[in-house]
Design a protein around this ligand. Structure first.
Ligand SMILES: [Ca+2]
Ligand SMILES: [Ca+2]
Length: 208
């Protein structure tokens, strides 16, 4: 079983992506978090239903601000009859083309080894405040067996918020160095080197 938190519709509420390949009825699922905080099966709505899926690699592959993901589709006719006519071990990329007008921000953190931080900033804690809500993220190298995520970008859905009020970072070095950045524009990608102001990334595309 594989799982990853993503905000598939960038509404500011994290959704849960799960994948399994060894039991009937598991497969690939996307659990959308509604306004009441409940998770509902939205795999069909998002067009991601699969009878057997192995591994998850989550990233904004096309750099348009929404999270995409890659899985391996397995053929398991002995365990999951629905897979008997599928090709064996196929790598599939699901590109997110929702384009629902929700805002977002993407942060590529770079740690300073001179301050004892790994360059990929794996382990950094990030709080993003917008629209009166503060959301917490962590830079990770992956989540579980066969599920590396890269690049290690923090992708945050912001819903209808039209600016980011503040970003707080605790860098993963022995001193737990803290950094705060205020007032950032949304729908943009930034590179943040430890201790330095954010720099807008030029690698950015539009989904519109
Ligand atoms: Ca969501
Ligand atoms: Ca994308």
């Amino acid at each position: 079983m594989f799982a990853a938190w993503i905000d598939a519709d960038n509404d500011g509420r994290m959704d849960l992506l799960t994948a399994g390949a060894h039991y009937p009825g598991v497969g690939l699922k996307l659990w959308r978090q509604n306004s009441a905080g409940r998770f509902v099966d939205a795999a069909k709505e998002f067009g991601v239903e699969m009878p057997a899926a192995h591994g998850l690699a989550v990233a904004d592959h096309d750099l348009d601000g929404d999270v995409d993901f890659t899985i391996v589709q397995l053929k398991q006719p002995g365990k999951i009859p629905e897979t008997k006519d599928l090709p064996h071990h196929t790598l599939l990329l699901f590109r997110n083309d929702l384009a629902n007008g929700s805002h977002w921000i993407a942060l590529d953190l770079e740690g300073d080894p001179a301050q004892g931080t790994n360059r990929d900033a794996v382990g950094a804690l990030v709080w993003i405040k917008s629209g009166g809500v503060e959301r917490q993220f962590q830079v990770t190298g992956g989540t579980g067996q066969g599920s590396p995520h890269g690049p290690r970008t923090v992708c945050a859905g912001l819903g209808s918020a039209e600016k980011v009020d503040s970003i707080r970072i605790v860098w993963p070095n022995p001193a737990h160095t803290r950094q705060q950045i205020n007032d950032l524009a949304v729908d943009r990608r930034y590179r943040i080197r430890q201790g330095q102001p954010p720099v807008p990334s030029h690698v950015q595309r539009s989904s519109q």
